[in-house]
Design a protein around this ligand. Structure first.
Ligand code: ADP
Ligand code: MG
Length: 561
């Protein structure tokens, strides 16, 4: 593997620009892709996680190939969000600092189309676009992609997640046949494969790093509290880390707004970023966050996608995402460019199964941390304040006021003065934490913890609706075949135990398995069979086998189809 940018075959102008950006050696994805792009001409599908340096991997060779004397648009880069559009075009401009005359134009929704069309009229060697806006522009004849030689789909999985399928198809239909196509994605779902099959020419699939693996230098922690203490835990995490600079991920726009509002009300430098905000509002929030005028950016997954802030201290999962893959994207926002990162999840007692599922995917363990208590937090804050005071520069300006200061403080001993000054800053904290309780949930005995009946409402015989009841079979028998992609999990609970499908769904929920992963359910007298998606089945078996349901000890086994 090439370990030096010089050996990659890039020209001096580009080498100088990236040296100024502090790039010392190529990242693995850059070392793997750049020589291929400079020498070969085949299509490439590159699977690499976030933060691996993909922008330069495709950006540097694209710039190298550009013919500046030709005014045609030669490269098109498609990506899912406006933030990412702006980020990529900014990165490309930085790399092109010593390449005179290169025109890079970005076009995206949520900003005036007229202005973007005007900019395009001034020429664009490279267009960076979101699919929807580009299609609008193409329909108006304001851009010409018929002469491009390079087409790049960045974060292809996310573009499809965001529903850009039709737009992508329409654009890809219009692009010239003899182009080279590159597709970048963190994952390879069916839809991405379809795009690669339909629009790329026998692409080479390059996987850099283990697929889906969490970034190596990110540590994962969780705090377990009662649902109603989630926000209090968030506050304590922030207070315990006076230098915090973090993205706080929430599940929905409403939650994002609510958490940001509460943090602001409680005196934190926090604001929200989500799709309900206008473009101007989003720009202002991002600007303040990048300048560190904001320390907590409360965001939805979509809004935060592609945001590149390299020195975050933490990524906080205020709520874990529905999809495990999103967790990888979230935690990939920290631990960038060789820095250590910390990803934190706040969970309630019922969400431990989710943590286990994430661990299985990222192949790393979470460590449970106790929510810091009042004393520890106040100690950390005091130490921080004292350090700040020690670090303050004493300017000459103060001398003119010293006689007055000395006179006013003449009666106070040094000790009293220190107490008064720190209390002045600190009483707000003391007031809040004097009343603060321990919000940790004690680790329970193992037997207890595995009880799947915890939190289950008693179900009466009549709770089963007729449709569910017809699933019941009098005798034990064969469940028949499962749906495609599902396997049977056999559990030693049945009609005898007054089990109805709803109970099974709630058992699965306790293990962190959602309805989407559950297929057919067949209940017999002594046993039941539940169809589970193949990728969660073994996990479910390990969770259920040996656990208790009421007083019954469960045994669970997977059936061969
Ligand atoms: P990805 O698109 O894979 O998520 P980016 O291209 O946004 O990652 O790069 C992540 C960060 O790493 C950026 O801040 C970028 O400037 C930085 N970076 C990229 N390549 C290098 C390198 N060779 N050396 C140091 N930093 C780099
Ligand atoms: Mg990227």
């Amino acid at each position: 593997m090439v370990t030096d940018f010089l050996e990659l075959g890039l020209s001096t102008g580009i080498l100088n620009a990236i040296a100024e950006l502090g790039f010392e050696k190529p990242t693995p994805v850059q070392a793997r892709i750049i020589p291929d792009l400079l020498v070969g001409d085949g299509d490439i599908v590159c699977l690499a996680q976030t933060g691996t340096g993909k922008t330069a991997a495709f950006g540097l060779p694209t710039l190298e190939y550009l013919d500046v004397s030709n005014p045609d648009t030669q490269a098109l880069i498609l990506c899912p969000t406006r933030e990412l559009c702006r980020q990529i075009s900014q990165d490309l401009s930085n790399y092109a600092k010593y390449l005179p005359g290169v025109k890079i134009v970005s076009v995206y929704g949520g900003a005036g189309i007229i202005g973007q069309i005007k900019t395009l009229k001034g020429g664009a060697h490279i267009i960076v676009a979101t699919p929807g806006r580009l299609l609008d522009i193409l329909k108006r004849g304001a851009a010409d992609i018929s002469k491009i030689n390079t087409l790049i789909l960045d974060e292809a999985d996310e573009m499809l997640n965001m529903g850009f399928k039709d737009e992508l198809d329409a654009i890809l239909e219009q692009a010239p046949q003899d182009r080279r196509s590159l597709l970048f994605s963190a994952t390879l779902p069916k839809e991405v494969e379809r795009i690669a099959k339909s629009y790329m020419k026998e692409p080479e699939i390059v996987t850099v790093g283990e697929r889906n693996a969490g970034s190596d230098n990110v540590e994962h922690f969780y705090y377990m509290v009662k649902e109603e203490d989630r926000y209090a835990a968030m506050k304590r995490i922030a207070d315990y880390n006076p230098d915090i600079y973090a993205i706080v991920f929430c599940k929905t726009r409403e939650e994002t707004q609510k958490v940001a509002d509460m943090l602001q009300r409680d005196g934190y430098d926090a604001d929200s970023l989500h799709g309900d905000l206008s473009q101007a509002q989003r720009d202002s929030v991002m600007g303040r966050f990048k300048r560190k005028a904001l320390h907590l950016l409360v965001a939805t997954d979509v809004a935060a996608r592609g945001i590149d802030v390299s020195d975050l201290t933490h990524v906080i999962n205020y709520n874990l995402p529905q999809e495990i893959e999103l967790y990888t994207h979230r935690s990939g926002r920290t631990g960038r460019a060789d820095k250590k990162g910390v990803s934190i999840a706040i969970i309630n007692q019922r969400e431990k199964g989710k943590i286990r599922r994430i661990e299985a995917v990222i192949k790393k363990q979470f460590t449970r941390l106790p929510v810091p208590g009042a004393h520890e937090i106040c100690e950390r804050q005091l130490a921080h304040l004292i350090n700040e005071i020690n670090g303050a520069e004493v300017r000459e300006d103060i001398y003119a006021f010293m006689p007055t200061i000395e006179q006013m403080w003449a009666e106070l001993s040094k000790e009293d003065l220190v107490k008064k000054m720190l209390s002045y800053e600190f009483n707000r904290f003391f007031d809040y934490y004097r009343k603060a309780k321990d919000i940790n949930i004690p680790e329970k005995e193992k037997k207890d913890r595995k009880s799947l009946k915890e939190g289950r409402k008693p179900v009466r015989e009549s709770d089963g609706d007729p449709a569910e009841r017809k699933d019941r079979k009098g005798k034990d028998g064969n469940p028949g075949t499962c749906e495609n992609g599902f396997v049977w999990l056999r559990i030693n609970l049945g009609y005898k135990n007054k089990i109805i499908p709803r109970d099974i769904i709630s058992i699965m929920k306790t293990c962190g398995i959602g309805k989407k992963s559950i297929g057919k359910i067949e209940i017999f007298n002594e046993f039941l069979y539940v169809g589970l998606k193949e990728n969660v089945a073994e996990y479910a078996r390990s969770q259920i086998n040996g656990a208790t349901y009421g007083r019954r000890r469960l045994s669970a086994s997977l059936m061969k189809n």
